[in-house]
Design a protein. Structure first.
Lengths: 117, 113
């Protein structure tokens, strides 16, 4: 069975500093995708970044980058130059293919990030 | 390009009632998935629809059902509501297949009293 583990329930970072949010995953599939989402208190799940299992380069999207280490099965999110607006819950998710031909996202438990002045 | 639209944003229902939630995906997206988010269980997969067909369903009782229309809009229905059904219900829109995209709506916050 596929599983996502986020071991940091809460993190604090100073404004303008970089922060790394940890994510490890477990799957026997060769083809999979990894997503990071941000969920502010309003509840909306905001897509941040995607990494495919066959992508050789780490994904980047503006201030977000994904440190993908396939052999270690980790997909850590790095946020550079943190801003107060980055304070939110962050979820790591893995897309798994299902026998019915579809797919679903399996989520970790999330990391609550607080950016301080 | 419009995002994923979920209606209503908030709902308060009484135990035993039923409720219908709606999700309009991004234009051109054919896959809609539903998730339930609670403090205790986190984010759990409910079901996925693609081209009006339910392809997969999560581990939820039969009280939870859904459908997808020809324009890809999807509805989910929960009958005989229980207090434990109180949750944030999120729908995700993607083109289909093993897509690299999965965008969520703002969610519907359901409270059962």
């Amino acid at each position: 069975a596929q599983k996502i583990t986020q071991t940091q329930p809460g993190m604090f970072v100073q404004e303008k500093e970089a922060v790394t949010l940890d994510c490890t995953y477990d799957t026997s599939d060769q083809s999979y995708g990894l997503f990071w989402y941000k969920q502010p208190s309003s509840g909306e799940m905001i897509f941040l970044i995607y990494q495919g299992s066959y992508d050789e380069q780490n994904a980047t999207e503006g201030r977000y980058s994904l440190n993908f280490q396939k052999a270690r099965k980790s997909a850590n999110l790095v946020i550079s130059a943190s801003q107060l607006g980055d304070s939110a819950m962050y979820f790591c998710a893995m897309r798994v293919l299902l026998t019915g031909g579809g797919n679903k996202l399996t989520f970790g438990t999330g990391t609550q990030l607080k950016v301080e002045l | 390009k419009a995002g994923v639209t979920q209606t209503p944003r908030y709902l308060i229902k009484t135990r035993g009632q039923q409720v219908t939630l709606s999700c309009s995906p991004i234009s051109g997206h054919r896959s809609v998935s539903w998730y339930q988010q609670t403090p205790g269980q986190g984010l759990q997969f409910l079901f996925e629809y693609f081209s009006e067909t339910q392809r997969n369903k999560g581990n939820f009782p039969g009280r939870f059902s859904g459908r997808q229309f020809s324009n890809s809009r999807s509805e989910m229905n929960v009958s005989t509501l229980e207090l434990g059904d109180s949750a944030l219900y999120l729908c995700a829109s993607s083109p289909g297949g093993g897509s690299t995209e999965a965008f969520f709506g703002q969610g519907t916050r359901l409270t059962v009293v």
